[in-house]
Design a protein around this ligand. Structure first.
Ligand code: APR
Length: 173
């Protein structure tokens, strides 16, 4: 799993081929990492999101991912994914794994060799850090992703410590 790297820092500074955004299903921006990515990318990112077809206001169902250009960000793409709201989702573990898996598969389908990931659902959506880290790292460690360079941008020391502990015990893919 030396293809998985952890950085304590701001994902809007990432220069990987794709940056994954922890969005909501409307894909109209928000707070947290969603707000930071839209702020750094500029208004073109929202314009790109508005082009994604919506059904009853939903552009990206939970566990799925959508890809747009990256506006002013150094990356080629922003991949918007929607993680589960921990307290109300019927299958949070499956949906969190699906959000990571859909994002990485979409990045590969667009020829990306490197992907920057945030800790999806670990903020507003309330996912407990240790459970989320296990799901995130097990999913990224699936053999299908072993040629991708995956970089987690973790926003504080607490979450970085949790991810590092889990990463240290991962078997090779
Ligand atoms: N870089 C990296 N990580 C960040 C950044 C940043 N600039 N800003 C916040 N984070 C971290 C948070 O500390 C948390 O660990 O991203 C993780 C995910 O938190 P949220 O951004 O709150 O995302 P999530 O929990 O998935 O909730 C998504 O929040 O912002 C809204 O529109 C978004 O409705 C959606 C919901």
């Amino acid at each position: 799993m030396n293809h998985i790297q952890l950085i304590e820092g701001d994902i809007t500074l990432a220069s990987e081929d794709a940056i994954v955004n922890a969005a909501n299903s409307r894909m109209l921006g928000g707070g947290g990492v969603d707000g930071a990515i839209h702020q750094a990318a500029g208004p073109q990112l929202l314009a790109e999101c508005l082009k994604i077809p919506e059904v009853n206001g939903i552009r990206c169902p939970v566990g799925e991912a959508r890809i747009t250009s990256a506006g002013n960000l150094p990356s080629r793409y922003v991949i918007h994914t929607v993680g589960p709201i921990y307290s109300s989702d019927a299958a949070p573990a499956q949906h969190l794994a699906a959000a990571y898996r859909s994002s990485l598969q979409l990045a590969m389908a667009h020829g990306c060799h490197s992907v920057a990931l945030p800790a999806i659902s670990c903020g507003v959506y309330g996912y407990p850090l240790e459970e989320a880290a296990n799901i995130a790292l097990q999913t990224c460690n699936e053999p299908q992703f072993k040629h991708l360079h995956i970089v987690f941008y973790l926003f504080n020391a607490e979450i970085t410590k949790v991810w590092r502990q889990i990463l240290a015990h991962l078997d090779p893919p």
